[in-house]
Design a protein around this ligand. Structure first.
Ligand SMILES: [Ca+2]
Length: 510
């Protein structure tokens, strides 16, 4: 049987390491695989390839048709920085202890080697573009070259700009817009910001806008331009290019042509705009993130008209990002890199589009934890075949190492999904884990093949509240079954499995 390229690289890498022969780049007869790492902020699996047939996402669908679409992938905490920190360090949030948007992981784990840093240490050119680490919490040690960020206006329409100017004037006159210090603590040696002030939401415009403009008049188009430019420059050396799109994050500002893709009749209101029956209040939230925008009420529900506008904006922003993904895939081909580059696309967490009457992320519901994750490798044996295995964002770090033939650091807390790209139906993890804190109480959540089970309270102690959703009977999680006495044995078994944690849920070694 022929040795696969991956096996060959692993062997070569081991030999090189054992013999102290230095970098694999000099050992391998073939060119090393590059990595194109594409993040999309707040992108949920609202994509054609995930069965959302009214979505216009031909380019992400194309990537899924080339690679592996992971149908049941989950983030480890449904909010930007904790999720990204976990994914980029390969460690779970309970290990990174980053649960908010203010804390840099270097303040807690100063010597950790991030995913791009690991590639950099193995001779790759690594660079981040747009949002990879959370805003203000970048990690210079990860990159060969300084991160690149687009300079672009947040809004473009004259009426929005006039509104913003007026609002700025009002707030300034009321003394509410003075200068504030954004960095509360720095590393005394490097100056790296370790603690940020809470995000400034004082001056927000509308939640959406549809300017009649080109892709590159807005940030993500500019980011895409720059990645393509640098790709052309570095194509002759192994690269890890991380392209972080900021849409479909609020505000939903996307060129009008993407709004026009969704005429009346293509927009669907959530059919469960109510809390799950018997849900504990702690599982819910009042979506303060959305309310900071000028066209959203301060209290109470979002009415159907506004809900449809938001859904329209989210779909349009998703299609805008999809078009940029298409430009990246085309650029790989034009540079002769398509057969030598691993591509991964991920959104950093799910998003509630009115499901359970809530918006944004910040929860342990399936809609907040379920994420898009699509990976293509030129070496995979089952291109285009989706996998229904339970997978997690912590799996990305070891997977990219394995696919590129790099050693997998031992401390990582995920499992490489590379075997699923050859055999998508392999027996795999028995559970995927997420968590979300509400105030000082942690919600520990677990998705098994059939159930989502959540406990709220201190780790390993009698929980204050439980949730149980049966995805076989209730895929929308509309009924919390945790109080049903006839399910006591199921709940006890799930509780035990939750407490055994991720190590016990890993696939058996073949
Ligand atoms: Ca996000």
């Amino acid at each position: 049987m022929a040795t696969s390229r991956r096996d060959f690289l692993r062997t070569a890498s081991l030999l090189a390491a054992t013999a102290g022969l230095g970098s694999l780049a000099q050992e391998a007869p073939e060119k090393r695989r590059n990595v194109l790492f594409i993040a999309s902020d707040d992108m949920r699996p609202q994509l054609g390839c995930y069965g959302r047939k009214k979505m216009v996402t031909p380019n992400i669908d194309r990537l899924a048709a080339m690679g592996t679409m992971f149908a049941r992938a989950f983030c480890q905490q449904a909010v930007c920085s904790p999720s990204r920190t976990s994914l980029l360090t390969g460690l779970r949030p309970e290990t990174t202890r980053v649960h908010d948007l203010q804390t840099h992981f270097r303040g807690i784990l100063p010597d950790i080697v991030t995913l791009p840093q690991h590639f950099k240490n193995h001779g790759y050119y690594t660079q981040g573009f747009g949002k990879i680490f959370h805003g203000g919490l970048d990690d210079p040690a990860s990159w060969s070259e300084k991160s690149w960020h687009p300079k672009a206006p947040g809004y473009l329409k004259p009426e929005t700009l006039a509104f913003m100017q007026e609002r700025r004037k009002e707030l300034t006159e009321a003394g509410k817009l003075g200068k504030r210090e954004n960095v509360l603590e720095r590393d005394p040696k490097t100056g790296l910001p370790l603690k940020l002030a809470p995000p400034d939401t004082r001056l927000r415009g509308p939640a959406w806008e549809d300017p009649d403009c080109g892709d590159s008049d807005l940030g993500d188009g500019k980011t895409c331009d720059e990645v393509i430019r640098v790709m052309g420059e570095v194509k002759d050396k192994p690269f890890f290019l991380a392209c972080g799109f900021i849409k479909p994050h609020l505000p939903f500002v996307a060129p009008k042509k993407y709004y026009d893709l969704y005429p009346e009749g293509t927009l669907e209101l959530a059919d469960n705009p109510f809390p799950p029956k018997d849900v504990p209040a702690i599982a819910m939230h009042t979506f303060g993130e959305l309310r900071a925008y000028s066209d959203i009420p301060d209290v109470g529900p979002v009415d159907d008209k506004k809900a449809l506008e938001l859904i329209h904006g989210y779909y349009a922003s998703t299609s805008y990002v999809d078009a940029q993904v298409g430009r990246l895939l085309d650029a790989l081909k034009e540079n002769g890199l398509a057969d030598n580059t691993i591509v991964i696309l991920w959104g950093d967490h799910g998003w509630q589009l009115g499901e359970h009457g809530i918006w944004c992320k910040h929860s342990n519901f399936e809609t907040s934890c379920h994420v898009p994750m699509i990976c293509y490798s030129p070496d995979q044996k089952a291109p285009g075949q989706p996998s229904n295995a339970l997978t997690e964002f912590v799996d990305i770090y070891p997977s990219l190492c394995e696919l590129a033939g790099l050693p997998v650091p031992e401390a990582l807390e995920g499992t490489s999904f590379a075997p699923l790209m050859d055999r998508p139906d392999l027996p795999w993890k028995t559970a995927a884990f997420s968590l979300y804190p509400r105030g000082s109480t942690m919600g520990w959540s677990m998705r098994t093949d059939r159930y989502r089970y959540t406990e709220w309270g201190a780790w390993q102690q009698e929980p204050q509240f439980r949730e149980l959703y049966d995805h076989e009977a209730d895929p929308e999680e509309n009924v919390n079954l945790a109080g049903h006495p006839e399910l006591a044995a199921t709940i006890a078994a799930l509780s035990q499995q939750l407490h055994q944690g991720w190590r016990a849920a890993r696939p058996q070694k073949a």
